[in-house]
Design a protein around this ligand. Structure first.
Ligand code: GUN
Ligand code: FE
Length: 425
């Protein structure tokens, strides 16, 4: 820890006034201490000259599976339930301590290289301890948890667990890792999806999430067959069932939410549930296109996630932002899902989903220094043209343009060199 001065940058603050300014950012330990022009602090450990560079808040991905990074390219042309049963569950069952650790490290390296500084991560049934170790070592900000799945046909023996073990192991991990490193790491209960969980388990998760005040992160209404099974087993729609269990509240983060009826949307809005929109995964697994413009107009809390590497073949927020905007345009026209809405989902929207809107998601004094420095000079725009930098980032930027990534005031990648990622991978 120490002090860091970033000088002469174009700063996309995402503050409430939506200011974009040219100036300096002074970071003390993990926190943004001051923002302004010609800052001249008494003592600075390191200066980054960011002239002609753009600084943005680090991206926040609210749905990721770090344990799946190694499974890319397996079962690429299957739908969700077949893909889980034929590919993902057997592969997760085969994980050992090392493979979980390296799967997480590899994924985090990719995330940092593409400007993501916070993730909401779902692990597998076992060895989650080693994913937490990778998260701790890498410096990324994360909410993570062991997957919970105490029910289901076709689940390989290695992933089967008893309700009581699922709860006990989760609580043990929570007690070890929640609020680790001053809150950089947090625990999130991670029931896989309704059809993998008994009612007893889901009710206990509800109680524990309240007792410990931690998030619950799960998949919902992703796939038509999944929704049919939920209806058959519970007599309810997916979100109605979560609400009946008392899980629909501001601690709940739901990945996907494609197949929602009006009543379910209303529950989500009224109970303050957060949706993680995963456009790349929704296309790749042929799940569908979530009606985000409608949810946006209702004022639902929306953020973005790449999902696991094999659901998407990418962990890159630039792809998710672009897809989130593009897939809605044929239906809704050019402005319903515009660049700013998408950029908000990728930054401050994610911060709200994880309950850290006072700490991350924008560049403001007193917030944590989770920042990404972009070099957008690769674009062939005439220098005097007044281009909207957010539009430029959403529609044209890529991982190639990420130069430096800072998390909690720590430089985790500088001039494209990863600093904190285990070199054995
Ligand atoms: N639903 C239940 N498990 C999973 C998973 O691992 N990935 C995705 N995309 N959906 C799921
Ligand atoms: Fe997922």
């Amino acid at each position: 820890m120490g002090t860091l001065l970033i000088k002469n940058a174009q700063i996309i603050t995402m503050n409430p006034a939506n200011e974009i300014i040219i100036g300096d950012i002074f970071i003390k330990n993990d926190t943004i201490h001051s923002i302004g022009s010609e800052l001249n602090p008494n003592h600075v450990d390191k200066i980054i000259d960011a002239k002609n560079r753009t600084v943005i808040p680090g991206f926040i991905q609210t749905h990721i599976h770090l344990c799946q990074t190694l499974f890319r390219g397996r079962g690429d042309d299957l739908e969700l339930l077949d893909w889980l049963k034929k590919r993902i569950w057997p592969l997760e069952a085969a994980h050992d301590e090392d493979s979980i650790y390296y799967s997480a490290m590899l994924g985090i390296g990719e995330l940092i290289q593409s400007g993501t500084t916070t993730v909401v991560d779902m692990e597998t049934v076992h060895h989650t301890e080693f994913a937490f170790q990778a998260i701790a070592k890498s410096g990324i900000r994360a909410l993570s948890g062991k997957v919970m799945m105490d029910k289901g046909d076709d689940v390989p023996i290695g992933l089967q667990e008893k309700t009581s073990d699922s709860i006990q192991k989760s609580v043990d991990l929570l007690e070890k890792w929640n609020m680790f490193d001053n809150g950089r790491i947090r625990y999130a209960f991670s029931p896989r999806f309704v059809i993998s969980c008994t009612e007893e388990l889901l009710k206990e998760i509800r109680n524990l999430s309240e007792e410990y005040n931690v998030k619950v992160h799960t998949h919902a209404a992703e796939n038509r067959k999944e929704v049919e099974i939920v209806q058959k087993e519970t007599g309810m729609r997916n979100i109605e069932y979560l609400d009946y269990l008392g899980l629909a509240n501001e601690r709940l983060i739901l990945a996907h939410c494609i197949w929602l009826n009006e009543q379910e949307k209303k529950i989500i809005k009224e109970k303050g549930v957060h949706i993680s929109h995963c456009p790349g995964s929704n296309l790749k697994l042929a799940s569908g296109i979530a009606d985000i413009p409608d949810l946006l107009s209702m004022g639902v809390s929306l953020s973005l996630g790449a999902d696991g590497a094999p659901c998407n073949n990418n962990l890159n927020m630039f792809n998710e932002m672009r897809l989130a905007a593009l897939i809605q345009k044929p239906t809704y026209g050019p402005t319903a899902m515009n660049a700013r809405s998408v950029f908000e989902m990728a930054t401050i929207g994610g911060a709200k989903a994880v309950g850290l809107e006072n700490e991350i998601g924008s560049i403001e004094v007193g917030k944590k220094a989770d920042l990404v420095i972009l070099n957008l000079n690769n674009f062939h725009t005439y220098p005097s043209y007044d281009v909207d930098p957010i539009s430029r980032i959403v529609y044209s930027a890529s991982r190639d343009d990420v130069e430096t990534t800072i998390i909690n005031g720590q430089i985790v990648m500088e001039n494209k060199v990863l600093k904190t990622i285990d070199k054995n991978i």
